[in-house]
Design a protein around this ligand. Structure first.
Ligand SMILES: [Zn+2]
Length: 93
């Protein structure tokens, strides 16, 4: 599989490194010239029109269906009940 730098388009296929969680490295490629890494999961497939990009923050918000601004962790605050409901769904009391 050939991978090109998203910035300078250089062939960076040979720079592949496997995941190494012990040192916090996510598997992927690296362009020396641009000093940027390309994470493996970012190039597994071509994005399609209408594709939903899953990033953790938006994924959580989407699954809750509640903007974080409407949630409050302080009793008596507007949003506290919603906070409790969501917290319970995470397994917290
Ligand atoms: Zn580059």
């Amino acid at each position: 599989m050939q991978v090109n730098c998203p910035k300078c388009d250089a062939d960076i296929s040979d720079s592949y490194e496997h995941d190494d969680f012990s040192v916090g490295i996510v598997g992927g490629w690296y362009c020396d010239g641009c000093d940027i890494g390309v994470a493996e999961h970012e190039v597994e497939r071509e994005p399609l029109d209408g594709d939903i990009q899953i990033d953790p923050v938006h994924h959580i918000r989407g699954s809750l269906g509640t903007p974080l601004s409407k949630i409050s962790g302080r009793p008596g605050h507007k949003g506290y009940e919603e906070f409790c409901r969501i917290a319970q769904s995470w397994g917290y009391e």
